[in-house]
Ligand binder design. Structure first.
Ligand code: 5AD
Length: 363
């Protein structure tokens, strides 16, 4: 069943908008079923686990949605030490994971050579993919890190609308064009690229969200992570949400809209990796992970940041798993997978079209 006419842009735009506005339960069931079928037929029933370590919460940016923005002076700041990071990675490897994700704020204290050494050490010690998610960095650094063995880079566009992007990212360190250029640069360097958007940002109207989906389709990332915007009381956007929410075209920042976006993304980019994000699970602790996995997703990214730091990586409030140990998280993930007839995928779990690109390059 073809719910979307991908070849016809005008029609596709209309269909995406209709699905985003759909409220009829039986029609939504059709969307979930189709996203699940496409997921099953392309990437299969294996679920890739990526172990995340939030290595630093220092940030030079002032993103108006994010609790670790540079102007939140009350937040205790931390940067993990080399040995601490490597020890945590040993734990991720022992848990059988094929990927580690090193995530941080835009921290100028993370020097090029310091991280180059860490990446090279991980690659020497473990047979694991290394994903970086460190914000906007220079092409020279990206190239050195790639040479050291980094496999993937995650850089969300957050919004395809330049005005909205610039409104929520007032810092001079970040701009919309640079982000798109950086994604292109990453791809040229041979990285697998991940991107995504936030859903329900104040000022994100339905036409913008349709463009977000089309922009991600055109970009064809290897991974697409979308999460609901969760207002943080220490940020400017918290107030704007209250003011803007009665606008009739405002996209809601809720779980239903997130499921719709992920299901549509699966139909648009069947071969990509799609995680159930922690922001989604934060809004629906009971069922977020399970429902995400039957509505298009095939990846989970459990948090391995040492518990002492977790609360300080305060990007939005009430984040899930602030106290759980790696074993606790593992137990709940295994229960979730076996309940849904899914299983842990082994190996690094590159996206199918990345594998195809490599074959073309090598062959
Ligand atoms: N709500 C939801 N997601 C957020 N992020 C940051 N702040 C928020 C928030 N308030 C997400 C963004 C960002 C990543 C670091 O975390 O997608 O890229």
């Amino acid at each position: 069943m073809n719910l979307l006419n991908i070849g016809n842009r005008t029609l596709l735009r209309k269909q995406l908008r209709q699905w985003l506005l759909e409220t009829e339960p039986s029609r939504l069931k059709t969307l979930w079923r189709e996203a699940d079928r496409v997921r099953h037929d392309t990437v299969g029933d294996g679920v890739h686990l990526r172990g995340i370590i939030e290595i630093s919460n220092y940030c030079r940016c002032r993103c108006r949605y994010c609790g670790i923005n540079a102007e939140n002076f009350e937040l205790p700041r931390y940067r993990m030490q080399r040995e601490e990071i490597l020890k945590t990675i040993d734990c991720i490897a022992r848990s059988g994971y094929g990927t580690v994700v090193l995530q941080s704020g835009e921290d100028p204290g993370i020097s090029t050579s310091w991280l180059t050494d860490i990446i090279a050490t991980i690659k020497r010690r473990h047979d694991m993919a290394v994903t970086l998610s460190l914000g906007e960095r220079t092409p020279e650094e990206l190239s050195l890190w790639r040479d050291a063995g980094a496999d993937r880079y995650l850089l969300k566009i957050e919004s395809s609308d330049q005005d909205l992007f610039e409104h929520i990212h007032p810092s001079r360190y970040t701009n919309w064009l640079n982000r798109l250029q950086m994604l292109r640069c990453l791809r040229t360097l041979g990285y697998e690229i991940g991107s995504g958007i936030m859903i329900g940002i104040p000022g994100q109207h339905y036409d913008i969200l349709v463009n977000d989906l089309l922009t991600l389709y055109d970009l064809q990332p290897d991974m697409i992570g979308n999460g609901p915007f969760i207002p943080h009381p220490k940020t400017a956007l918290h107030q704007e949400l209250e003011r803007g929410k009665d606008h009739r075209n405002q996209v809601p920042n809720d779980t239903l809209m997130t499921y719709k976006v992920n299901a549509l993304m699966r139909l648009l980019c069947p071969e990509t990796n799609i995680p159930t994000t922690s922001a989604l699970v934060t809004l629906d602790r009971e069922n977020g992970r399970e429902l995400g996995l039957v509505r298009g997703a095939n990846v989970i990214m459990p948090n391995f940041t040492p518990i002492a730091y977790r609360a300080s990586y305060d990007i939005y409030p009430r984040r899930v798993c602030l106290q759980e140990t790696a074993e606790d998280i593992q137990r709940s993930i295994d229960a979730c997978l076996s309940q849904g007839g899914r299983f842990r995928a082994r190996g690094p779990g590159s996206s199918l079209h990345y594998q195809a690109r490599r074959k073309t390059l090598l062959g």
